[in-house]
Design a protein. Sequence first.
Length: 131
Amino acid sequence: LNFIGYTNNSFLKMASASFQYAMGDFTLTPEFMYRWSDIPDSAESTFVTSLEYTPSDKVSLILKAGYEGAPDLSPFMLSEPDNFFGGAALHYYPLKDSDALRCHCVVSYSPVWNGLSINIGALYNISLNIK
């Protein structure tokens, strides 16, 4: 449960729940989030599920799909009224015996973004052992 302040003594409240179920090389993760405030008709909800396939420690493929429901005039504009979205990601870890460097390609669709989005990039995690 989270509370995010947006004006003096007014909060956007969010409740969420998720779990992961592993089945060999597959991981299924359903998630649900509900958002509301003191403003009438401001409640929004999101349901997302993802399926990750990890055949080795070098590669993973993720498929994700979801639904967002919101009133026509959401004051927080976190989503459009009733939309479906989805995408796929490919992660590749090129370093031997390390997941510090991840190369990725993500393709996603959402009507909120007016179509298709493609992201290609790399992420390097730096571990600092500060004592």
